[in-house]
Design a protein around this ligand. Structure first.
Ligand code: NCD
Length: 305
């Protein structure tokens, strides 16, 4: 049985298979509308979410399956003190696959140790978010044609942003990838990711505080939200939250074919005036997220057309 806890649980070849399947689904999703008939996904969300939970549910419904679950810890037995291990033992009796989001790093991994169904990590604290990574890779693959020889700017909260951590882990496995890490001093990428991932793999990167300084070099700009819920004090959040606001003026420094990605939700970091720029693909990215999750569910359940 397979789980997806970290993006590295899938080899580059398996990731490629999922991306190609997702692209095939995107061409004509109705062909896949019966693949999961009779199957159920449980979405166990101990932390707020809109698109991740709904996109899992949409993905399973598109495949002809059913969904059950809860959308906050308060509405589950966690409120009574039940452990994640016990919850997943029980949920294994009710569903064929489960997606778990939890504020504590490692919770989906613990669940996987006690589960008899495949577990998907739908975001664990400030740690990993592998299905967002599949979404991001699919967006790049579909719109750029390949995931190689790209300069990727990651901007915003690189310290707490789990989507950034997972994406870096996945991207360093592709040839010719370079990073520009754009953040304030306080929200820099954790040192362990710089040393254990970027430096260990000899992946070139620069750190910058000013977005405009690196903008002309970028093929992809990945904007992120300052992760309010992971701050220890509100003052720091307020001081840092509007540090980067992408607007038309900043976009004028970018290449004609640069893509702007964002895992969403957006707060202030991208001005709505950028939404009409053809390079802004974050809403397309949300659509790709459904196709990526459809392909992943099929892969983990061992199903094909
Ligand atoms: C991200 C997350 O939950 O980490 N959202 C998402 O899943 N699309 C990014 C964020 O919340 O800022």
């Amino acid at each position: 049985m397979r789980h997806l806890i970290s993006p590295l649980d899938l080899s580059v070849e398996e990731t490629e298979e999922i991306l190609l399947l997702a692209e095939d689904i995107a061409k004509d999703p109705t062909r896949y509308s019966q693949v999961c008939k009779g199957k159920k996904i449980a979405t166990l969300f101990y932390e707020p979410s809109t698109r991740t939970r709904l996109s899992f549910e949409s993905a399973m419904l598109n495949l002809g399956g059913n969904v059950l679950g809860f959308s906050s810890a308060d509405s589950s037995s966690a409120a009574k003190g039940e452990s994640v291990a016990d919850t997943i033992r029980v949920v294994s009796c009710y569903a064929d696959i489960a997606a778990i989001r939890h504020p504590k790093e490692g919770a989906p991994y613990v669940a996987s140790l006690h589960s008899s169904i495949p577990i998907i990590n739908a975001g664990d604290g400030g740690h990993q978010h592998p299905t967002q990574t599949l979404t991001d890779l699919l967006t790049i693959h579909a719109l750029k044609g390949s995931i190689s020889n790209l300069t990727i700017g990651l901007c915003g909260d690189l310290k707490f942003g789990r989507t950034v951590h997972s994406l870096i882990n996945a991207l360093v496995r592709y040839p010719g990838i370079r990073f520009a890490l754009i953040s304030p001093e306080e929200l820099k990428l954790p040192t362990y990711i710089k040393t254990d991932v970027l430096e260990a793999k000899n992946v070139p990167y620069i750190e910058a505080e000013v977005l405009e300084d690196v903008m002309p070099e970028l093929d992809i700009l990945y904007m992120t939200r300052v992760q309010k819920e992971r701050f220890f004090n509100e003052e720091d959040y307020i001081r840092l939250k509007d540090r980067y606001i992408l607007d038309k003026v900043k976009m004028s420094y970018a290449k004609e074919d640069m893509l702007v990605l964002h895992p969403l939700p957006r707060v202030n970091e991208i001005s709505v005036e950028v939404d009409d720029d053809p390079r802004a693909v974050y809403f397309k990215q949300a659509q790709f997220g459904v196709y990526a999750r459809m392909a992943l569910i099929m892969k983990l359940l061992g199903l094909s057309l």
